[in-house]
Design a protein around this ligand. Structure first.
Ligand code: AHR
Length: 615
């Protein structure tokens, strides 16, 4: 093939270019980024006939019986565990006692020397305060006897047991056990184990937080995705239920991804997460749609009000109604909320246009500066309604995504900007996260850089997956209770971190052998080092090795540069990373000094190569 691709424009790539999309899918938050170790901590999820779910019983039925009833002291989540311990002098409990056990999210990571805050609420139906339960983590022994009563909740007989423990050994897949050898009748509720060592004490698992922070995301879209809509409207994301004391949060059935969300990362924590990442929050709220239902525009009032209240909660002054709630929860400073998305993937619904306009107009008049994002794709045909940005999602084959690098070439420049808020290669080509997928994604990203006069923001999806419950494959970061790795797609995003706020430079790619190459050039300044770079990225999406000549115009012949070459490739196009081989497919970097502005480079089959010239 003979192919010449010319990018003649110099484009200031938006500062907001590369970001992340955090959705409660694959246990990204519950059992992931949110460091809470206890699963179903409020017993809200029940088994058949009010039996336990996730929790199990220690001891047999001659010593203990349990069931779930609705007698909690917490008004918004009434489920509590009723425990009858039948042990007495005639029927003594087995050694070690009887009680309940929780495995967390496929094992709790208990690490030697780390401290954990343990809280539970208990009511003894015998004499007031008459109980003696012991706390232990399997594999690390008994940590402490829990007799430390710190607070009496409203109902006189409920006690909040709160204690800090230090692990004396490590078990990455431990379970919590709460046991007694004393007969009696007890109620339990809201049982929590939180590691103290979370990001800035904000409750985020540090290792997972760091993986995201390393992508230097400029924005953070949250909390979904279809998670916002739900499969049924009754299970949609309702931000007002996710704020306040964790014991009082009802949690909800994340029916679209088929697991319970305890909303530990609630609306406030999502905003906090964005702030901690140095990313602009982009809140997606429900516009009156689930995957199965739609609200008529005439009934949309509560949805409009919820959106307005949510914006006020995020960015209102501490004197405003909802801003004062935020301030009361410990964040008086308004969050920097500049963008909201009106629904997720709802353009297909017949009511979207009307619902969108109602919400759009209400927000526009109350918050003229907030940028409003429509769900309708304007990459080919213009929108039928006003918007600042339009959402664009794609999950497709590697070939198709490679060819979609031209998707925005012909998009009208007069209309709203594009927000590519979800993209990935999926299904067969992606395996569990393949090199093939990552190479095609790099080509697509180069196409977005080329069109960054109209493409404002871009995020891969999904970001996270707990390996024990992968609802959607592939993902960028895969983890379990204590370990994690980035898929090749994660590492491709790392190669585009410097693109945010960089300058896209005119370039020409001349090739006589392949139409499977795509390249771009950017320049950027590393402000911490105070150094200027030109980065040339080339994607080879073909089976053959390619040799290319790279020349940078504008420098005198003989001028020499330092050059760092980074290559992402592997022996097999379907190669993946794993816990056993977390760095099988990661970028390899080599540096050379005294390189001229004309170099020859060999590109491996299915590879992404970047050359950083220090200028
Ligand atoms: O990223 C996974 C899902 O894909 C999102 O929830 C949804 O918006 C899209 O369909």
């Amino acid at each position: 093939h003979n192919a010449t691709t010319v990018s003649s424009k110099t484009i200031p790539i938006p500062d907001t270019f590369l970001g992340v999309f955090v959705e409660e899918i694959n246990h990204a938050c519950a059992g992931g980024l949110w460091a809470e170790l206890v699963r179903n901590k409020g017993f809200e999820v029940r088994g058949p006939n009010n039996t336990l779910n996730v929790w199990s019983i220690i001891g047999n039925e001659s010593f203990i019986s349990v069931s779930i009833n609705d007698s909690s002291c917490f008004e918004r989540n009434k489920a509590a565990l009723q425990m009858e311990v039948h042990c007495n002098d005639k029927n003594p409990c087995p050694s070690g006692g009887v009680g309940i056990s929780n495995p967390g999210y496929w094992g709790m990571n208990i690490e030697q020397g780390k401290r954990y805050k343990v809280v539970y609420h208990i009511k003894s139906e015998g004499e007031e305060g008459d109980f003696n339960f012991q706390l232990s983590f399997t594999g690390v022994g008994v940590i402490e006897v829990s007799s430390n009563i710190t607070q009496v909740p409203e109902d006189g007989k409920w006690r909040k047991v709160e204690t800090e423990v230090e692990a004396k050994a490590t078990n990455h897949y431990s379970s919590l056990q709460i046991t007694t050898s004393k007969g009696g009748s007890y109620l339990f509720d809201q049982i929590s184990v939180m590691p103290l060592d979370t990001y800035m004490g904000h409750g985020f698992r540090k290792d997972l937080f760091q993986m995201v922070a390393d992508l230097k995301p400029k924005f953070m879209r949250f909390p979904g995705g279809t998670y916002v809509e739900g499969y049924h409207l009754q299970n949609k994301y309702q931000w007002k239920d996710t704020i306040g004391a964790w014991e009082e949060r009802p949690g909800h059935n994340n029916d679209i991804w088929n697991y319970w969300s305890d909303d530990g990362i609630g609306y406030l924590e999502y905003l906090q997460l964005a702030e901690d990442l140095g990313a602009l929050p982009i809140w997606v709220f429900n516009a009156g749609f689930s995957r199965n239902e739609q609200i008529n525009p005439s009934d949309l009032g509560p949805y409009v009000q919820d959106a307005l209240d949510g914006i006020e909660f995020a960015k209102g002054s501490p004197e405003s109604k909802w801003g004062s709630v935020r301030a009361g929860l410990g964040h008086p400073k308004p969050f920097d909320l500049r963008y909201v998305a009106i629904g997720n993937e709802d353009c297909e619904f017949s009511n979207y246009q009307a619902n969108y306009l109602k919400i759009h107009d209400a927000i526009r008049s109350a918050y003229p500066d907030i940028k409003l994002i429509s769900n309708c794709d304007a990459s080919v045909t213009p929108l039928k309604h006003p918007a600042d940005l339009f959402d664009f999602h794609t999950y497709t084959t590697s070939k198709d995504l490679f060819s979609m690098s031209t998707q925005f070439d012909r998009t009208a420049r007069s209309g709203p900007k594009a927000f590519v808020s979800e993209f990935a290669v999926w299904r067969k080509d992606a395996g569990n996260g393949s090199l093939l997928a990552a190479v095609a994604e790099a080509a697509f990203l180069i196409g977005l850089e080329k069109n960054s006069d109209i493409v404002d923001m871009v995020a891969y999806a999904p970001l996270f997956s707990n390996i024990n419950d992968r609802k959607w494959i592939p993902d960028a970061i895969v983890f379990d209770s204590y370990q994690m790795y980035g898929t090749p797609s994660y590492w491709v995003q790392k190669l585009f971190v410097e693109s945010s706020g960089a300058t896209f430079l005119p370039s020409t790619l001349n090739t006589t052998s392949s139409n499977q190459l795509i390249a771009s050039a950017i320049s950027w300044k590393d402000s911490t080092e105070n150094k200027n770079y030109i980065r040339i990225k080339v994607v080879n999406f073909g089976r053959g090795t390619e040799t290319i000549d790279i020349s940078i115009d504008g420098f005198p012949v003989g001028q020499q540069f330092g050059c760092t070459k980074t290559v992402l490739t592997s022996d097999n196009v379907m190669d993946e990373n794993s816990f056993a081989q977390p760095t099988k497919v990661v970028p390899q970097t080599s540096s050379a000094v005294n390189v001229e502005s004309k170099i020859q480079a060999i590109l491996s089959p299915f590879s992404v190569t970047s050359f950083d010239f220090l200028i």
